[in-house]
Structure formats: structure tokens, C-alpha cells
Design a binder for this molecule. Sequence first.
Ligand code: GLN
Length: 543
Amino acid sequence: MTRFVFITGGVVSSLGKGLATAALGALLQARGFKVRLRKFDPYLNIDPGTMSPTQHGEVYVTDDGAETDLDLGHYERFTGVSSRKTDSVTAGKIYSWVLQKERRGEYLGATVQVIPHVTDEIKAAIQRDVGDADFVLCEIGGTVGDIEGQPFIEAIRQIGYELGRDRCLYVHLTLVPHIASAGELKTKPTQHSVKELLGVGIQPDILLCRCDRDIPANARRKIALFCNLRESRVIPALDARTIYEVPLQYHKEGFDDQVCRHFGVDDRRPDLSRWESIVRRIMQPDGEVNVAIVGKYTTLHDSYKSLMEALTHGGIANNVRVNLNWIDSEIFEGEAADVVPHLQGANAILVPGGFGERGAEGKIEAVRFARERKLPYFGICFGMQMAVIEAARNLAGLPSANSTEFGPCQDPVVGLMTEWTRGNEVERRATNGDLGGTMRLGAYDCDLAAGSLVRKIYDSPRISERHRHRYEVNINYKAILEKTGMRFVGMSPDGLLPEIVEWPTHPWFVGVQFHPELKSRPFEPHPLFTSFIEAAVEQSRLV
Ligand code: GLN
């Protein structure tokens, strides 16, 4: 029997609902339950794929090619359960489904309304494709009281009514602020937020109270009394030293116990040893390395969420702290620009995924620096494309080599593909088609060349990794590029799409067309990140 846990937030946004959901998923899993985690976003975009990173942060991509909210990244990292398209639902999707049905005449002449038609569609989405999950955790984006969130809140209320409270649980995440001038913790915002929920017919079963310090017993008692729940269900959610400590803290405060009690499911003790060991390794590293990340949105770290986590995982695997030095590639551009002072302290350089021409020349400079100085270099997606352009321009005698992403050029070593294969299917896109959902998205296989570094790292001849890009390294330039010594060591199974390049004469230089960071887990660090950080550690020993 599948049970549903609904996680809503109140008072302010950015309290960490995604992490709370992910951590609860991890705790239930540690008790041996099967979990699915999903996110419901009340905005009208069909998905975040077309949103600017400044608006939305990272776009997380699933194996089945959905462009989703970055919270799905937390879900996967905490539980290891691969998300699917059905785990990311926006108001935009819901409305588009409703409108398609309306056009097909499926409402049989009814007036189509938010209630019941939109709410029915939301309820169907919540219960769709749950498989054999014991628990489905549904995070509702935004905060209660938001106008666009109302249909979602109404839908989860109805599900609670229909399935019964023994199959549904409401968790509400709130803020308990400390007011310095009064020297007090304030419970009123939590009371108001719960009142808002009660006003729409939802009595929260558990409150997670975010606070920057201990919440004393009298404050908990007060919250319990005014919010109409038992004191044991007012769970302090205090700031953690690392996000991977959150499951341990929640467990200590009795969160998962209370969830299990609510459902009356057996009280197996969770095995949290893997979380304890991860936290221990993060908090007690044996050394450190400096990685320079040369990108565009360097002040918006949410845009590189999975990347940062994957680097941390690489650090966990090597027992070192990974210090990230964010460098805006534009500072390497222009006549007087000099990369040396910015990059010489780095033990390794990484150019992550990116879009658009701004900052591209600076990234190419960073690639050149890494190649010439034999510093470990990891190019991800755009970072691989820049590595190929660098080789073409500086070694293959093609000074005008570029990507057609920036406009037509004489030597399009990176170009737009309008047709490619996935398994036995041909995928197509029009050059002037929609922007949303038309990239090469999701998991694709890649064959690794014998004798290459990546073959050794993955220890497998064929891998599968997730993609999100519109342009590809142009196979027509493979021969001329290989003459320079660059090796095309990863290819799509049909041999047409270059997926990985390497410099065999370099200690560690790998460019990948996919996004390996999306599949790294703290308890299963991605092999490329483990190996990259290991190379950085080696480099740090040389200096
Ligand atoms: N802008 C490049 C492309 O679309 C790279 C995308 C990326 O780095 N994710 O191909």
C-alpha cells in the first residue's frame, strides 16, 4: 500500500524544503522502505528548461530526459533513486494537460474550471507511476498562501480526505526566527502559517521548525498548543554543518519515528551508518585541494548545485576537502588579460556546462592554461566543447574554429545536430524549432576506447550518462583534431557523436559532452570526480 507524505512550506521561501524531503526519503529508505520523491511547482513554465539560471538555479536532468527542478538532484543524491519525468510536475504542465483534454472534447461539454478539473489533474499526477513505492513524498513548491499554489494545496487536501489519514501525512516546514533586540525566539510566524493551512482545511501532522539555535521546550509547547498538535510532532530543524548531516539530525529529533508512528508502520531501527561515515569524512578531511571553476554564473552557486556536490563527493572518496575557487571567465578576455595570477594557485581546473558566447573566449584561455601547464582539467559539456575549439585553434591550424552556437563560422568544430539516434530511434529537431525541451536530453550510451584514461576510470567498455545540450563536437573534424594528439575516446554507439576527448600526453585532461555530476552520490561518488580529485591531490604534492 502506497502512502503519501506532503511537504509544504510557510513563512518564507528558501527554508530547505527540498533537503527536508530528501532527508526524510533517506531516513525511510534506511528503515528498508521503498520511496519515490516528487516535486510540484506552482509556476506556469512547462519545466525550468527555458528559465535563466539566475531565476531558477540548476536545471536537473533525469535519465528519461526531463528538465526538472534542482530539488530532484537532492532527492537522487540522498536516496539514489533515479527520478523520472513523472516526478516533476509544474502548474504549466497541469494546465497544458487540462487544455489538451478540453480541445479533444474530453470534458463532454462541461465548463472547465480550476476545481475540479485542475485539481483532479494534480491528484492524478500525484498518484501516477508510483510503482511499488511504500512512500511517495510530494514536495509542494512555494509557500502556503501563494495564489498560484492554491490548486495544489486544495488537491492534497482532497487526497487526504479521499485516501484517509492513515495513508496521508502533512509535514509543514516553517521558520522560528530569533529576534535579537528582544533576545527571543518568535513562534508567531509559525502560528500564522499553520493558520493559513488550517484555513484551507489542512491540519499539519508534523511541523519542522527551522531555527538557527535550539528551540527551548516552552517554545515547542507553545507551538504545539497553538498549532493543534502533539509536542513530539514539533521537530526542531536546526542548521547543519553539512547537508549530509540533515538526515542524522532529523532522526535525532524523532522525525522519522513520528512519521512511522502516524502510519502505524513497524518501528524498525534505521541503519544510518553510511550517513555517519559521510559526515565524518567531510568534517575530518586529511588534506585539501583547490579547484578553480571557470564559468559564467560564478556568483550564483545554485546554478552549479550538482557540480558542487559531485566535487564534494570526489573529496569524500579521497578524504580531502575540496576548496572551490569560482572565477568569472570574462576576466581572462581582452588585451591585457592574464590568466596566470588567477589560476596558478589551482591544483585543477574545471570548466562546467554553459550557454552563449559571453565568457567563452575566457574559458578557452583557461583550457589552454591547463593543457600547457599540465594541470588537471575537467571540461563538462560546454567545457568539452571549449577544449575542442582550443585544440583546433591553437594546434590544428584552424584559427577561426568556433561553435555555431555563437553564429555562423568558417570552421564549425562544434555545430548544431538536427538528427541523431537514441537506441534504435531517430530523434529530430528543427533548426528554428521551439527552445523548450528540444536539446539532446537524458541518458545516452557511450562506448569507451580501449587503453584510454576514461576506460580505466569507469572500468567498463560502455557507459550511460545524462545529456543537456544543443550542439555537438563536429565529427567531420575528428581526423584533423586527432592529428594534434587529442583522442576521441568516447563515442556514441553509432560512432557519430563524440562524447569524450582526452589528451593522452597530459596527466589528467578529460572533456565530456554529458553531465556526470548529475549521477554522483555521496555514498557512491562518480568515478570521474573521484579520479579528477585524485589527480588534483597528486598535483598538490608536486608544488
Ligand atoms: N551550450 C552548449 C550546447 O547547447 C553546452 C550546453 C551545456 O553545457 N549544458 O551544446
